[in-house]
Design a protein around this ligand. Structure first.
Ligand code: ZN
Length: 206
């Protein structure tokens, strides 16, 4: 949770509390990913400006044989169907892991107002760790980003049993994504330091 300094306006404290509440919801979805589908435990929930859940999901890449089925995409697809609109104006997307480039661009296309994520991902993160797509001024829409909310919980959730097993080719992508999360815990720095670390650790060592 981002620190709220003493004397800071109450809205910041309320926003931080709201972020933590929805991140707990996303963490619960992440647990279902592992428990119900044996997937990488990443969860996401999309919330409207007035606080209603429009979409939620967890990673389903393996289950659906779908490389695009990240938790964020699953949640946005559900929201699009519910809204009858591919634009999700004013919405906030909560996700337990820093979005990848694919998901970040989908958020820009959807006109998501704000994304709140848990653990940093110096392996593939596109909200400041490796790329900074959501804040790129060349887009005609920019998404407000809040990272590191309940990062320890989000990271611990993804310290998954597969990461402790020898990597095999069939689960290499999974292991690589998990390793990114573990590195996010061990090396939470962002910016040049994270990019340098990522550049020198480009292969999964699980
Ligand atoms: Zn993604």
């Amino acid at each position: 949770m981002p620190p709220v300094e003493p004397g800071h306006d109450v809205n910041a404290a309320e926003l931080a509390a709201t972020d933590e509440r929805w991140m707990r919801h996303a963490l619960a979805l992440a647990s279902r990913a592992e428990r119900e589908d044996d997937e990488v435990p990443v969860g996401a929930v999309l919330v409207s400006a007035d606080g209603n859940v429009l979409g939620e999901g967890w990673n389903r890449n393996i289950t659906d044989h779908d490389p695009t089925a990240h938790a964020e995409i699953v949640a946005m697809r559900q929201a699009g169907m519910r809204l009858g609109n591919h634009r999700m104006l004013g919405c906030t997307l909560y996700v337990t892991l820093e979005p990848c480039a694919m998901c970040a661009m989908a958020m820009v296309h959807a006109r998501i107002a704000r994304v709140v994520f848990g653990a940093w991902d110096p392996k593939t993160g596109a909200a400041g760790s490796v790329f900074d797509l959501l804040a790129d001024p060349r887009h005609n829409h920019r998404v407000v980003v809040q990272g590191g909310v309940m990062a320890a919980d989000a990271g611990a959730r993804t310290t998954w049993r597969r990461c402790r097993q020898p990597a095999i080719e069939s689960c290499r992508p999974t292991s690589a994504r998990i390793c990114g999360v573990v590195r996010a815990i061990l090396y939470p720095a962002t910016g040049p330091q994270a990019r340098a670390f990522s550049a020198t650790n480009s292969s999964c060592t699980a």
